[in-house]
Design a protein around this ligand. Structure first.
Ligand code: UDP
Ligand code: MG
Length: 332
């Protein structure tokens, strides 16, 4: 028999960040609900509306009025997918949470495999895409470069092909909830927390309706956040470059000294002067710029602003959630 507490707490929470996805929500639920009904004892689906400007919120309200298992948290503006996921996990009441996109690129049927692995005792079950054919060739190439760089610089190893589509056990959810960083790179956080993990292969589908919400600008920002929150190498590398350049310039000074003593003063090379001056100022600006990137992120973190602001909660009011929202905004 379920006690009253369990009665209110679903076994599974599905977290779906949405930004202008009104056309995709119903088709997603059509495929997702049967899978959940067949595989979970009880569940909730929490949509995090990340400041949509279309009728996404109206659709969510309508869905909640007919099905209480569907709830939503609506942000006061767009905070980005990574923050939407954090909010989803804050609001998830289940013993495990599944994170997935709303555009049906993440096949709901894979959720059944997640649940099997979770029941076997895995706490961090991630979907591993077999390939990236659904992305454009340029995006694929850039993504590839990014993961290559992350491999070299990143201080955490990312499993290949793993993204946000995954199941997290309550223990893993609590671990993620303790990381209140603003420059969020969730993929890194999932890997950083560890726990018993396993990959489940899947094929990425084409986006059902609409277009990707990530511009190349947003992706670049995200890539920088990812690298900088998981590596201090770009900061430290300048020490070595500085040493190398100083060594080089000292050897050159020695060489010029000896040459002047032996052969007297000749007319110094204008070209080499200009090249070395511009090269060095370039290097200095670059290292300052990288320093600035980190300082900017430190500034954003020390301000301790809330990660997100909720404008509206559609359903799902629970005792412990109010604590969690507080926790979300003022965590140590
Ligand atoms: N999304 C979001 N906030 C954003 C951008 C995207 O909540 O600022 C959601 C979006 O609605 C979708 C998921 O994140 O459910 C993945 O976005 P998208 O499909 O545009 O990304 P892609 O598949 O191109 O990586
Ligand atoms: Mg997508």
């Amino acid at each position: 028999m379920l006690d009253r507490r369990e009665d209110r707490q679903p076994e599974l929470s599905v977290v779906v960040p949405v930004l202008n996805e009104s056309e995709n929500i119903r088709p997603l639920l059509q495929r997702l609900l049967p899978v959940l009904e067949a595989n979970a004892r009880s569940f909730e689906v929490i949509f995090i509306d990340d400041g949509s400007t279309d009728d996404t919120v109206d659709v969510l309200r309508a869905l909640h009025s007919t099905d209480r298992r569907i709830t939503a948290v609506s942000f006061s503006r767009n905070f980005g997918k990574e923050i939407a996921i954090a909010a989803g996990l804050d609001h998830a009441a289940g013993r495990a949470a599944i994170i997935m996109d709303a555009d049906l690129q993440h096949p709901p049927e894979t959720v059944a495999d997640f649940i099997v692995k979770w029941r076997e005792g895995y706490k961090n079950v991630f979907a591993q895409r077999r390939d990236r054919y659904a992305d454009s060739p340029l995006r694929r190439a850039l993504t590839h470069r990014f993961y290559h760089l992350f491999d070299i610089f990143g201080e955490t190893n990312l499993p290949p092909g793993a993204g946000d589509f995954r199941l997290l056990d309550r223990q893993a959810i609590e671990a993620i909830a303790r990381m209140r960083e603003r420059a969020r790179f969730s993929k890194g956080l999932y890997a950083w927390i560890g726990f018993k993990s396993i990959g489940v292969p899947y094929d990425v589908a084409e986006r059902a309706a609409g277009t990707s919400k990530f511009s190349y600008r947003k992706l670049t920002r995200f890539a920088l956040d990812g690298l900088m929150s998981f590596s201090t190498i770009p900061l430290r590398v300048w020490t070595y470059i500085g040493f190398a350049i100083s060594f080089l310039s000292l050897s050159l000074a020695g060489y010029f000294l000896v040459r002047t003593l032996l052969y007297g003063i000749d007319v110094p090379g204008f070209a080499s002067l200009i090249v070395s001056v511009t090269f060095l100022s370039g290097i200095q600006l670059l290292s300052l710029g990288i320093l600035g990137e980190y300082v900017g992120r430190i500034f954003a973190e020390v301000k301790r602003r809330p990660l997100y602001l909720v404008a509206e909660r559609i359903g799902g009011e629970r005792e412990h959630e109010r604590d969690l929202v507080k926790h979300g905004e003022t965590q140590v």
